[in-house]
Design a protein around this ligand. Structure first.
Ligand code: KIV
Length: 297
């Protein structure tokens, strides 16, 4: 299967820039420069994020909720993920591309985890994978990394464990839960993750962890002390109507923009205001007259 990337044109205002690698992540942490990341699930969004100069694009399994309409991320399959990763890979040229390993694609066995991680690079144009969990995933992380595949960890609110966590709620708010997160973070770093997502955890804990780890942390609902930030793009754009987590800042209200555009088009069709001459396909008069003559009209 070809994973060759289409080369999007350089647009006005853009400069030639290279490909972000996991090395750039490390360098940015060292230099104290924030790492930027957003989620994408399709070609046009990936293109726009890439052109905006982001360091990384995560094809998150949040796909299941914000694009596929599931109540949580559990029904998302590896085939769903690979399909959307391919679309993103066609749109993004520079950002580091990270494919989120879906529920049950890495939990059954380390061998299966390695094989499935490989599919993201081999079949879907990703540069790295992300998986959820701490110490219990350390061996899978170690073996995936040993196969040459960069791994991003994910701690705190880990949506694939929503049934165990009792809902989408902030994590690590007690001393013992915070200590467990710290132990998990060190275990993941030791296993070879190149970066770690911290989701919906106390800001002071995330800052402490970020200062102690050598790998960069990427926060989502984890405060300003992380080495980088990520949001789900549909939340940022106001495209997901079901709920907006407290940690989201909405930069647009595209759901209402979309609704208004749909209403206007419907109104134009019903009032016969669309299409107009501007949208019509022209036919030369002599061609039309000749046809009418042939038809005996
Ligand atoms: O699936 C996803 O989009 C994620 C982000 C919230 C980090 O895991």
């Amino acid at each position: 299967m070809s994973t060759e990337r289409a080369k999007p044109k350089i647009v006005a205002g853009e400069t030639e820039r290279g490909k972000t690698t996991t090395r750039v992540f490390r360098q940015k942490k060292k230099a104290g420069e924030p790492i930027t990341m957003l989620t994408a699930y399709d070609y046009p969004t990936a293109l726009a994020i890439d052109r905006a100069g982001y360091d990384a694009i995560l094809v998150g399994d949040s796909l299941g909720m914000v694009v596929l309409g599931y109540p949580n991320t559990l029904p998302v399959t590896i085939e769903d993920m690979l399909h959307h990763c391919r679309a993103v890979a066609r749109g993004a040229q520079h950002a580091l591309l990270i494919g989120d390993m879906p529920f049950m694609s890495y939990q059954v066995s380390v061998e299966q985890a390695v094989a499935n991680a490989g599919r993201f690079l081999q079949e879907a144009g990703m540069d790295a994978v992300k998986l959820e969990g701490g110490l219990e995933r350390a061996e899978a992380v170690r073996q995936i990394v040993a196969a040459g595949i960069p791994v991003m960890g994910h701690l705190g609110l880990t949506p694939q464990s929503v049934n165990q966590l009792g809902g989408f709620r902030p994590q690590a708010r007690t001393g013992s839960a915070a200590k467990k997160l710290i132990d998990d973070a060190f275990a993941l770093e030791e296993a070879g993750t190149f970066s770690l997502v911290l989701e919906s955890v106390p800001a002071r804990l995330a800052e402490w962890v970020s200062q102690k780890l050598t790998i960069p942390t990427i926060g989502i609902g984890a405060g300003i002390g992380c080495d980088g930030q990520v949001l789900v793009t549909h939340d940022l754009l106001g495209l997901f109507d079901r709920f907006t987590p407290k940690f989201v800042k909405q930069y647009a209200s595209l759901h209402s923009v979309m609704g208004e555009a749909f209403s206007r088009f419907k109104g134009d069709v019903e009032a016969r205001r669309f299409p107009t001459e501007d949208q019509n396909v022209a036919m030369k008069d002599e061609q039309w007259q000749a046809l009418l003559k042939e038809l005996g009209e």
